[in-house]
Write a new protein. Structure first.
Length: 305
């Protein structure tokens, strides 16, 4: 069921907190956010994380490999695997790590993820060539079967490292979330405030379904129902806020920004509908559809000027 949740870069930049300042000290969320170096590094880390979740990213490539079922295959069969875009995505992570600024636990988890990705690539790239050239027919799939368990183990280790990296980013982001929400509220930008709060609640909702057993856990759905009730009310408030702001808008750029905010709300509405499908079906596919809608909302939210 694993499908990663993309991070909203604007939240990272607005709520970077907790673990380090540009000088390497333990700064507050506001101190970290105010450092251009650490803000840029957080943004680059977020981009790298989101890239690893793309269609040909780490979870998708690991899933494709598992579905090849190498251990049970015959060399007479047609066997294909994917090497995805992991090499390009790992390069993004490495470039982010090399940027100035100290982010403590995030830097540590980024280093662990980089190491795990390099191990995956060191085995996956040669195996891809082995299957792509049908060399497995020449050796009776001997090499493929000999390396299968280790390839799966290295994928699993990289996925665990990706989860740890995500957790570190989320902790940093949430550390300053209340301060950023308060700033937006004080500014009177109701639409921006509602968008940020809605994205935060939506992330909590999709994050409930982390394991297959969560799909049938009444306690998980009790939390989900509470989040949905809050989010639906917020989206209704957002519709009115957007309509009021559009009536007052004088610049085309402002109208465009409000239209994008409206699009984010629509995607989150779709996500709520998919949550209700999950509640009925207990289907991993419906849960993944929720994540897809959330990630689409992230992409649009990140482009709001």
């Amino acid at each position: 069921m694993r499908q990663g949740i993309a991070l909203a870069g604007l939240f990272v930049l607005g709520a970077c907190g907790g673990s380090g300042s540009g000088s390497g000290g333990n700064g507050s969320a506001e101190e970290v956010a105010s450092s251009p170096a650490t803000a840029a590094k957080l943004s680059a880390y977020t981009d790298a994380y989101n890239a690893l979740l793309e269609t040909f990213g780490l979870p998708a490539t690991a899933k494709t490999y598992r579905e090849a079922r190498i251990a049970s295959r015959s060399p007479s069969e047609s066997i294909t695997i994917s090497d995805g875009w992991i090499e390009t995505e790992a390069a993004k992570l490495k470039a982010a790590r090399a940027l100035p600024g100290s982010l403590g636990p995030i830097d540590a988890t980024a280093e662990a993820l980089d190491t795990a990705l390099q191990k995956v690539l060191a085995r996956l790239k040669p195996l891809y060539a082995y299957y792509n050239t049908k060399a497995y027919r020449a050796d009776g799939l001997k090499r493929g079967k000999a390396e299968d368990a280790q390839m799966i183990a290295e994928f699993d280790a990289a996925l665990k490292a990706l989860d740890d990296f995500n957790a570190a980013l989320a902790k940093q982001r949430r550390a300053g979330a209340d301060a950023e929400l308060n700033r937006l509220k004080q500014s009177g930008d109701t639409v921006a405030y509602n968008t940020k709060l809605a994205m935060q609640q939506a992330e909590d909702l999709v994050g409930l379904f982390d394991k297959p057993e969560d799909l049938r856990d009444p306690a998980v759905f009790a939390k989900g129902d509470a989040l949905v009730a809050s989010l639906e009310k917020l989206l209704a408030d957002q519709q009115k806020a957007i309509a009021d702001a559009k009536a007052k808008a004088k610049e085309p750029g402002e109208t465009s920004r409000l239209g994008m905010s409206d699009g984010v709300a629509d995607m989150l509405g779709s996500m709520i509908g998919q949550y209700r499908e999950v509640k009925q079906s207990h289907s991993a596919g419906d849960a993944e559809a929720m994540v897809t809608s959330y990630n689409g909302a992230v992409g649009l939210a990140n482009n709001i000027p």
